[in-house]
Design a protein around this ligand. Structure first.
Ligand code: NAP
Length: 316
């Protein structure tokens, strides 16, 4: 019988992925290993499995001399030191596209929830306040201007949905997309100024850290809403809290936070913010598709076939 391939899960991963890994590989789970056990298996580990939130720094990669592949179940891989992986000739894969619909659906849901105050309306009914009168009037979303920060796979799925609401779509990205029928603005600040809803859907990591800062929020203005379905690191959370407290912007819908799962008390206290616990891709169907793709990247590689979805840095 062939030697089993040793794979390390850097965390207790999705129950949709773990059984597949256990069936195909000799699986080790990092949080379950003593330092001695880790030292023993380290020379054998050829694959690492992680989630979009997993931290896979260079110092961790350096412990596995036989490592060939890091498979991330998620499209964002900002926790992986890809440069260190590449330097060791280690391939990194992720799970793009299969989650576009869900994340875009959530973005529109957060826009509607923040503008039409759906969570507040629900609380209003449950608290019996309707018996005493009507809710204050909300903000119309159809026909408004949406600015999308990051016009990639998910950004385009958000734009498509916004068109169904008769919204005027404009965007910023690192580069203009001449094939798309939307106005390109070269800075986030200019985009914010031209938007009623600013939706953030870039990758996380050093290149986008605090891209949405106090100046951008000021440009969005007192009638503007911010929606973040990207990464908490992309928004200066302190500046956002201050902008919400001072009425510099009208409201926000947030799926991601700087220090998840911890959410600042000051944000929790603000009723003009709609908060969700990083559920962009969290439907049963999509998580299954992500788990299958993350598994198939490992399975393909260890069967001697090319991986299915390498991260862009590993495509050359
Ligand atoms: P993608 O196709 O790579 O698109 C990323 C877009 O961001 C591209 O248009 C890119 O510009 C733009 N961008 C990158 N750096 C930028 C910068 N500094 N300033 C302005 N724009 C910048 O990625 P995707 O598949 O749409 O996913 C985007 C991100 O969504 C993921 O990386 C992940 O962090 C996040 N996400 C969150 C959830 C959730 O649960 N909330 C779920 C899935 C994904 P160019 O086109 O010019 O390169």
């Amino acid at each position: 019988m062939a030697e089993p391939v040793h794979v390390l899960a850097v965390a207790r991963l999705s129950p949709l992925l773990m059984p597949q890994l256990e069936a195909a590989f000799k699986l080790h789970v990092l949080p379950d290993l003593t330092p001695e056990a880790l030292a023993q298996v380290a020379p054998l580990v050829r694959g690492i499995a992680g989630s979009g939130e997993s931290k896979v720094p260079g110092a961790l990669l350096a412990q596995f001399p036989a490592l060939e592949l890091v498979s991330i179940m998620g499209v964002g891989y900002d926790g992986v030191d890809v440069a260190a992986a590449k330097a060791k000739q280690v391939m990194v894969t992720h799970t793009p596209n299969v989650l576009n619909d869900d994340v875009a659906d959530l973005a529109l849901g957060l826009m509607l929830s923040a503008a039409r105050q759906l969570p507040a309306a629900d609380r209003f009914v449950r608290a019996g306040l309707w018996l005493q009168g009507n809710m204050p009037l909300a903000r119309k979303m159809s026909g408004a201007r949406v600015g999308i920060v990051g016009m990639g796979r998910i950004g385009q799925a958000i734009a498509q949905r916004a068109l169904a609401f008769n919204m005027q779509v404009s965007y910023t990205a690192r580069s203009e997309k001449p094939d798309l029928p939307f106005a390109f603005l070269s800075t986030v600040e200019a985009l914010a100024e031209a938007s009623d809803f600013l939706v953030v859907i870039t990758p996380g990591g050093a290149g986008t850290r605090k891209l949405i800062d106090a100046r951008v929020l000021k440009a969005l203005g007192p009638k503007g809403f911010l929606v973040n379905v990207a990464r908490g690191s992309v928004v200066d959370e302190q500046a956002l809290i201050e902008a919400l407290e001072n009425g510099t912007i009208a409201g926000a819908g947030l799926d991601v936070f700087e220090d998840e799962p911890r959410v600042p008390e000051r944000l929790l206290a603000l009723h003009k913010v709609v908060l969700t616990p990083h559920i962009g891709s969290a439907t049963a169907a999509t998580r299954q598709a992500m788990a299958d793709l993350a598994f198939n990247n490992l399975a393909s590689h260890f069967a001697g076939r090319p991986v299915l979805t390498p991260v862009p840095e590993c495509q050359t």
